[in-house]
Design a binder for this molecule. Sequence first.
Ligand code: BYC
Length: 329
Amino acid sequence: MYAQMVDTGTKRLKTLEEMSPEERDFQEKIDAETKIEAKNWMPEGYRKTLIRQISQHAHSEIVGMLPEGNWVTRAPTLKRKLQLMAKIQDEAGHGLYLYSAMETLGADRDEEIQKLHDGKAKYSSIFNYPTLNWADMGAVGWLVDGAAIVNQVVLQRTSYGPYSRAMVRICKEESFHQRQGYQILLDMMREGTQEQKDMVQDAINRLWWPALMMFGPHDDESPNSQQSMVWKIKRKSNDELRQMFIDQTVPQLEFLGCTAPDPDLKWNEETGHYDFGEINWKEFYDVLKGNGPCNRERIGTRRKAIDEGAWVRDAAVAYAAKKQQRDAA
Ligand code: BYC
């Protein structure tokens, strides 16, 4: 039974015998599926890992609004425009629940957001790709929210209570997003012109591999996984989740009448899963380093939004102070 990284620079985890009594109690709670709450004792590494993961997740929701925001003015009908706006507002809400969950761990929201704007914090690689045509709105909903759901359904059982409860609500909304994305593509494939059908295939060709990258590096290349699995922050590994996503998505792809840009994708009778080709990991790590097609644009837009919204925040603070004075008088 292992629970915590030994601080020796090695990858070995501490055995129960090597732990302090507090660490042992904590791990026993985790093993018994008791949720950890904000006021409970927790190892510093557990707190830091959660702040890292939840803040990255929150930043992803907020930056994730940008590729879709690009299409609000060009959505083809009023109904589609309203649906897209509602989805984008939901993402903002997800960001807010997640920043709040992160604050329960003692992290400061402004500081974490500043790290994002300084290019020091990560957010999901997928949002550094452009959305070039209307079918991308369908493909983002279907593939990107679809991948997010596979990851987040499992996170509903994560060991930290506030994160797990935020996930329950987020998953409900994400399921709706996935369905509306798939419906956009179905309509284009069933009722569209050849040009519109080609747009759907083009969107899938561009977003397929980046969607698979959302699950992170292979398990043996993932520095955080081993510890996060023992602490039950993560309940399934990156590769397990990626396989689940492929297995559920390929039949939907076939139903659409489209193909994936992967010549190695095929059903494997023996394993009962789809085999698929290797991700371009160089591209993945380049995007993480800030060199994806839209990294600079995304961060630039976020910084501009914060700068231009400063007067609103100042006005709200001034109003609250005035109200307090009036109420006290
Ligand atoms: N992009 O050791 P690993 C959404 C980083 S959906 C960028 O496996 P971990 C939305 C990783 O952070 C997307 N970075 O890490 C949907 C780590 O770097 P650091 C958000 C990535 O944390 C629709 C390093 O690579 N979902 O929001 O154990 C519309 C090594 O990786 C990525 C979540 O955030 C990536 N794809 O596992 C709008 C879900 N993959 O921090 C919005 C919650 C890996 O050590 N997060 N990295 O410098 C998780 O489940 C886990 O954090 C991950 C990575 C599976 C993503």
